[in-house]
Design a protein around this ligand. Structure first.
Ligand code: NDP
Length: 247
């Protein structure tokens, strides 16, 4: 594939799906800014792996729930690479609990990270992308945001909200050459799903026609598609990468 001088910012890029996204974009010749909150060593390892692929890579510490940190992510990325072509809002958390027992803080924390964090990062990069008249924003949703899931009222609300946020941004930014799309994974084998009890894992597998958990690379390839010129006429879309779970 031809090398480009494009630059991407990936939130939560140090591990899991975010790591796979960084590597997929680097493989396609993009310079990558890897954001992390706590996983500094892991993020540096991803940066090293990206550099080994022949691109530039930096790591940036920052909490996506903090608007000053999000502005900092945008400024540092722009300073390092001269532009911000791609933003992947991947950072996300779960704090599960049945509705009747779900604590207010657990509700707020999940909304703040998964939904408000994406808004703050989009707002932080939007002006640069508008000036460039080019941008690709990819927000990491979930099939749970489309269908709900027992024990995940906060998470489902955050991911459903992300779809409304993305569709609105898609309409507002389209005329400036910026697309905004959502990749909605099903169950993917990462730290987030590693703690699922065996009984729940068995139940989950029964809901997946393909019969297995997804791989982070399979999600990353969908992100890379939305980051690519091949998807220039696609905006405001939700692409489920779920082994048929949401059919
Ligand atoms: P992991 O738990 O493996 O990784 C979460 C990532 O988010 C870490 O890199 C973490 O950084 C980062 N993060 C968490 N909070 C913040 C914050 N406040 N600011 C910046 N970064 C933060 O999750 P996955 O890789 O599994 O998930 C990635 C995304 O995909 C999430 O949005 C998740 O909701 C979504 N998803 C995952 C599915 C799955 O089955 N795994 C299914 C559907 C959607 P650090 O380590 O530095 O704290």
């Amino acid at each position: 594939m031809e090398r480009s001088e494009r630059a991407a910012l990936v939130t939560g890029g140090g591990r899991g799906i975010g790591r796979a996204v960084c590597l997929a974009l680097a493989t396609r010749g993009m310079n990558v800014a890897i954001n992390y909150t706590t996983s500094a060593t892991a993020a540096q390892k991803v940066a090293d792996e990206c550099q080994a692929l022949g691109v530039e890579a930096i790591t940036i510490q920052g909490d996506v729930t903090d608007s000053a940190d999000c502005e900092g992510l945008a400024v540092t990325t722009k300073d390092a690479f001269g532009r911000i072509d791609v933003l992947v809002n991947n950072a996300g958390i779960v704090k599960d609990g049945l509705l009747v027992r779900l604590g207010e803080k657990d509700f707020d924390d999940v909304i703040d990270t998964n939904l408000k964090g994406a808004f703050l990062c989009m707002r932080a990069v939007a002006r640069t992308m508008m000036r460039q008249r080019f941008g690709r924003i990819i927000n990491m949703g979930s099939v749970v945001g489309l269908h709900g899931n027992i024990g995940q009222a906060n998470y489902a609300a955050s991911k459903a909200g992300l779809i409304g946020l993305s569709k609105t941004a898609a309409k507002e930014l389209a005329a400036r050459g910026i697309t905004v799309n959502v990749v909605a994974p099903g169950f993917i084998g990462t730290d987030m799903t590693a703690t699922l009890p065996d009984a729940v894992r068995k139940q989950v597998l029964e809901q997946i026609p393909v019969g297995r958990l997804g791989d982070a690379d399979e999600v990353a390839r969908a992100v890379a598609f939305f980051a690519d010129d091949a998807s220039a006429y696609l905006t405001g879309q939700v692409l489920c990468v779920d082994g048929g779970m949401a059919i």
